[in-house]
Design a protein around this ligand. Structure first.
Ligand SMILES: C[S@@+](CC[C@H](N)C(=O)[O-])C[C@H]1O[C@@H](n2cnc3c(N)ncnc32)[C@H](O)[C@@H]1O
Length: 337
């Protein structure tokens, strides 16, 4: 059966790359087959404007269109029973444990994902724990392997999901933050993990980024990820294995932007951010809270330097009644006020 849909048209020679980018951005309509039209390939998309924007960022020229597309016979298997969804990281799927869903249900859902070739390995995440914010995983089906390569907007991230934090649901957020940085800025990524914020920024801007994390394994993958993406990077990234608390002792202050993506701990790091920020700097401050107001009032109380809140957005779900908010803060003076 055919269905009419909005689409974007790209030249055949860049079609494969365009497909990869659109798929990793979640913009392709999975149930419809792309179609050929002369020297062009047409991709069915939900939001043509967004698709054009995303491709333009990767220097791919595309045009909006509307066309008929064949429906695919069978998509990925629909999960049966109480298991409703999963997070896909590269070729691995992760279920987040929900109270009341049995292990047997998870195992059956995991086996169907592997059987249908959707992913190669499936794990159950019981919780995220410790200072490194690492998932506690139980193997359910497929290969018992936790290292994979995730893709975000054409960038690649090597990650060991049993030893390092990584969440693909933040990809849009990282892109938005990268767009807010300007060429020539010094940027501090205070909790860099395997480097997704730093690498998005370096891909978008000629910025100098200091990427710090306390997890040795994450810094190893961050270093590998800089190499993996080096052809796409305009800015430069310096990885550093350190506790961010001690940075003011040996790092030159004057950062124009600071990324604080450690939402369970952020307020206690504001004194460090204040010491290292240039007056007028932007701080991208992530915090678990019940509301924007709660996150903002807490930040104001914890900060030794004057701040103005420019924006508050919902970045991620966290727990019932709680979200991870991102406050964009401007440092409006020095620590003493
Ligand atoms: C929520 S994760 C965010 C990682 C990364 N920004 C991302 O988006 O994937 C928080 C990170 O902070 C790191 N971390 C925790 N405490 C730290 C500290 N005192 N100094 C530096 N890094 C720290 C953890 O190891 C972890 O990688």
């Amino acid at each position: 059966m055919a269905r009419r849909s909005a689409c974007i048209a790209v030249a055949r020679r860049v079609a494969e790359e365009a497909r990869r980018i659109l798929r990793s951005a979640g913009l392709l309509i999975a149930g419809l087959r792309p179609a050929g039209a002369g020297d062009k390939v047409l991709f069915p998309v939900e939001d043509a404007r967004r698709a054009l924007e995303v491709l333009k960022m990767q220097d791919i020229t595309a045009e909006p269109c509307t066309a008929e597309f064949e429906e695919r016979k069978a998509g990925p298997p629909r999960l049966e029973g109480p298991v409703k969804g999963y997070t896909r990281i590269g070729d691995i799927a992760v279920f987040s444990h929900v109270e009341g869903v049995s292990e047997e249900h998870y195992r059956r859902a995991a086996q169907s994902l592997v059987r249908e070739g959707v992913v190669r390995a499936v794990f159950l995440k019981r919780q995220t724990s410790g200072e490194h914010r690492v998932a506690v995983l139980e193997h359910l089906a497929g290969e018992n392997r936790t290292v994979t390569t995730a893709k975000e907007f054409g960038l690649r991230f090597r990650v060991d999901i049993a030893r390092e934090y990584y969440n693909p649901r933040l990809q849009e957020e990282r892109r938005r933050v990268a767009q807010a940085v300007r060429d020539g800025w010094r940027v501090l990524d205070m909790f860099a993990g395997v480097g997704p914020f730093s690498i998005h920024i370096a891909a978008a801007r000629r910025a100098r980024i200091l990427a710090v994390d306390i997890n040795r394994s994450a810094i190893m993958h961050l270093t590998e990820n800089i190499e993996l993406n080096k052809k796409k990077l305009r800015g430069c990234i310096t990885p550093m294995l350190a506790d961010s608390r001690i940075l003011p002792g040996f790092v030159r202050p004057g950062f124009e932007a600071i990324i604080m993506n450690n939402p369970t701990m952020t307020p206690s790091f504001l004194p460090v951010a204040c010491k290292l920020a240039e007056p007028g700097a932007l701080i991208f401050y992530y915090r678990v809270a019940r509301s924007c107001d709660e996150a903002w009032e807490e930040a104001l109380e914890a900060s030794p330097c004057p701040l103005t809140a420019l924006q508050c957005v919902e970045a991620l779900d966290y727990a019932p009644g709680k979200l991870i908010y991102r406050l964009t803060l401007r440092v409006t003076g020095s620590e003493s006020g």
